[in-house]
Design a protein around this ligand. Sequence first.
Ligand SMILES: Cc1cc2nc3c(=O)[nH]c(=O)nc-3n(C[C@H](O)[C@H](O)[C@H](O)COP(=O)(O)OP(=O)(O)OC[C@H]3O[C@@H](n4cnc5c(N)ncnc54)[C@H](O)[C@@H]3O)c2cc1C
Length: 319
Amino acid sequence: MEEDVYKLIIIGSGPAAYTAAIYAARAELSPLVFEGFYAGPTGGQLMTTTEVENYPGFPKGVTGPELMTAFREQALRFGSTCKQEDIVSVDVSSRPFLVRTRKQEWKTHALILATGATARRLDIPGAGEGEFWQKGVTACAVCDGAAPLFRNKDLYVIGGGDSAVEEALFLTKFGKRVFLVHRRGELRASKIMQERALSHPKLEVIWHHVPVKVEGDHVVRSITLEHVETKQQVTKEAAGLFFAIGHTPNTEFLGGQVALDAHGYICVEPGSSRTNVEGVFAAGDVQDPIYRQAITAAGSGCMAALDAERWLSELRLGA
Ligand SMILES: Cc1cc2nc3c(=O)[nH]c(=O)nc-3n(C[C@H](O)[C@H](O)[C@H](O)COP(=O)(O)OP(=O)(O)OC[C@H]3O[C@@H](n4cnc5c(N)ncnc54)[C@H](O)[C@@H]3O)c2cc1C
């Protein structure tokens, strides 16, 4: 039987959502989790990766899908209900809150938003799923940079902002040379980051170019760059292509009802998961422009469940 008003609905299915569900279910809040269907891979971004080597507790590594299946099973074990449906809109203007799928409307006293962020990529031949995505093409240097595939090889980072420069500098620990490919003639990164990049002996900036093609055999072997004005193309030996052109937080379904920062991330009170709407909490990459890791997403999911539980208890809605 479906409940009339849920104590807690969680939207999302990555490490943040499932961790929130584990904590909330163990606190007897019987959370209902909307895991998404078309909105993104059920299980979140880690479903698109192979080895995860930095998640604590797995000294030999674990694949992204294995890790997320275990997260989900643990959430179900304590009594969460999971539905593979998208939330298309919410109404948080009065309580109980309403959340809507394409077919139905649901009521809840508290809401946790954990819908993640999507790393932007360029749609160029060779870089997609089923081609060289995760076989040399990636969107996360911190996650993948230390892989043997990239050691002592030429690596290409695409972008010109602070995160692109950070990723390029990080990759200098592993690559033979790192090339930062930028379509403009100057970087958008802060002055200090630019100075660090431009003076690094292993890092070179390739100005006024964009990638147009990735080729290889079972892994990436080369990248073709095109000059934005002359359209002249050049093919270079490469083992890695790292997109660092930003992330899009998945917040469209909120319809502007929860405060976002200038880049679309949900604003939370520092040190908490509280948004500007009382009873609405946010966790994971959707509120984190800085760290964007599975462990930080999981940690903030725990915070959101504890914050929600305390808030419901204060209003005597948690029993
Ligand atoms: C290729 C790649 C490799 C990575 N490797 C690592 C790694 O090795 N180690 C590491 O720590 N981090 C890694 N990361 C980063 C890590 O995946 C993220 O930091 C983490 O998954 C963020 O978790 P999250 O819970 O915020 O949400 P996400 O994992 O982004 O999941 C959110 C999910 O919510 C669902 N959703 C979205 N909108 C809706 C909606 N409207 N209704 C219902 N459901 C919705 C979708 O299913 C979406 O997939 C990697 C990322 C990528 C892209």
